[in-house]
Design a protein around this ligand. Structure first.
Ligand code: PMP
Length: 445
């Protein structure tokens, strides 16, 4: 590389080449927000300010940032075994992590298939669902059912079963044979619910209508987020998930919980399936599996699903699916160190213990200007703002910018402010986060 191009790459003001994901590129590049370091509950910005992390990165750094034990595990693994082929070869850490995941997963989840992200976990689960139905002689079951406002990552399967219009509309015809249940958001009835809303269990019955429409013999699986996160934090109404489970079981349809954000303590239990007492057939997870430090995802399955693939000749590959980095040593090492940290520090229990304090603090924002709903579960929170007519998302985005200036990290989705702090947050930091947000909301036009 020439001296000139090397210099221009390292120049902090040359921002042209990086086409940023999920970001208003032109706006950002006029006024960049650059993070250069992190520790515990805080980020440091390029202008030397400390920002209190109200989002655990992107719902992923559940144990806080730059945890020394996780860093060391990554460094040691990189020095010892950097990579092992994910093809007819194994290495100990992937097996160890799979065992550890199954140990903390709800009863019945007995196997883990590794991948590199939440999006890949979703694609993997959808493919396993269709292949499983075929393996048990139900080859006509190829349809997939998602939900309006659902978010299941950005790959073609995920945006097909997903229901966020902006994520779908410019990407063509997507997968065929997909239908969507209605979402569970009932603002008129459930606004300002603390924890699970009372109304809406019967929305699950829409699945019966869809089953009747298509016939059960054509449907492979239903996929939902137990708590819909990216679409603005929609907490499942009491009884809703149990009803979905009953309908799926009745019709031989697999139920997949996408726990990419709800996994690893976010709701106060290891997985939301445990929190809500409803066990699906597969769980997709990612993010908190490595504390967000190294990309990794996983699909957890029942023995019935796994074993259906183990019946053919022994020398044949059972499932033609996988990634170069499925269970790669450095990610596996990071995952084990992360699970150790969660366990040693009792972080899932800590989230459960802090949840009532978090709920009370959040709901104290109810009388702030523009607030039309507040929702919470575990250490998840959302504050929904009244949109400015003709300018959807503008008010919440302004809140995000103002919050960053005042030293807190929040995220927005539409006109909703979403928060999901690291599970190591203290009560004083909850007060700081919510107090600063109160100042931001009070100053909004
Ligand atoms: N599923 C859910 C429920 C998610 O929240 C996300 C990410 N926010 C994904 C899938 C996709 O994960 P990734 O960005 O790691 O691909």
């Amino acid at each position: 590389m020439s001296e000139r191009s090397a210099a221009s790459l390292s120049a902090p003001n040359d921002l042209r080449a990086f086409w940023m994901p999920f970001t208003a590129n032109r706006q950002f590049k006029k006024a960049p927000r650059m993070l250069v370091a992190a520790e515990g509950m805080h980020y440091t910005t390029s202008d030397g300010r400390r920002i209190l992390d109200g989002t655990a990165g992107l719902w992923c750094c559940n144990a806080g940032h730059c945890r020394p034990a996780i860093t060391k595990a990554i460094q040691d693994q990189a020095a010892e075994l950097d990579y092992a082929p994910a093809f007819q070869m194994g290495h100990p850490k992937a097996f160890e992590l799979a065992n550890r995941l199954v140990d903390i997963a709800p009863e019945g989840m007995e196997h883990a298939f590794f991948c590199n992200s939440g999006s890949e976990a979703v694609e993997t689960a959808l493919k396993i669902a269709i292949a499983y139905q075929r393996a048990i002689g139900q080859g006509s079951r190829t349809r997939l059912i998602g939900r309006e406002r659902g978010y299941h990552g950005v790959n073609f399967g995920g945006i097909s079963v997903g229901g966020i219009v902006n994520n779908r509309k410019v990407f063509g015809t997507l997968l065929t044979g997909v239908d969507h249940m209605p979402h569970t958001h009932l603002p008129g009835k459930n606004a300002f619910s603390v924890g699970q809303p009372e109304h809406g269990a019967e929305i699950a019955d829409e699945l019966e209508r869809i089953v009747t429409l298509h016939d059960a013999s054509t449907i492979a699986a239903v996929i939902v987020e137990p708590v819909a996160g990216s679409t603005g934090v929609l907490i499942p109404p009491k009884g809703y998930l149990k009803r979905l489970r009953e309908i799926c079981s009745k019709h031989g349809i697999l139920l997949i919980f996408d726990e990419v954000i709800t996994g690893f303590g976010r709701t106060g239990a290891a997985f939301a399936a445990e929190k809500y007492g409803v066990v699906p057939d597969m769980i997709t997870c990612a993010k908190g599996i490595t504390n967000g430090v190294i990309p990794m995802g996983a699909v957890l399955t029942t023995a019935a699903i796994h074993d259906a693939f183990m019946t053919g000749p022994e020398n044949l590959i059972e499932l033609f699916h996988g990634y170069t980095y499925s269970g790669t040593p450095i990610a596996a090492a990071a995952g084990i160190a992360t699970l150790d940290t969660y366990r040693e520090e009792g972080l899932f229990e800590r989230a459960a213990d802090l949840a009532p304090y978090w709920a009370e603090a959040l709901h104290s924002l109810r009388d702030c200007p523009h607030v039309i709903d507040i929702r919470n579960e575990g250490l998840i929170g959302a504050v929904e703002l009244e949109p400015i007519p003709g300018q959807p998302t503008a008010r919440a985005f302004q809140a995000f910018l103002d919050a960053y200036e005042k030293g807190i990290m929040i995220r927005t989705t539409g006109d909703i402010i979403a928060m999901s702090p690291p599970l190591i947050i203290g009560k004083g930091q909850i007060d700081e986060l919510v107090g600063t947000l109160r100042d931001v909301l009070t100053g909004l036009k």
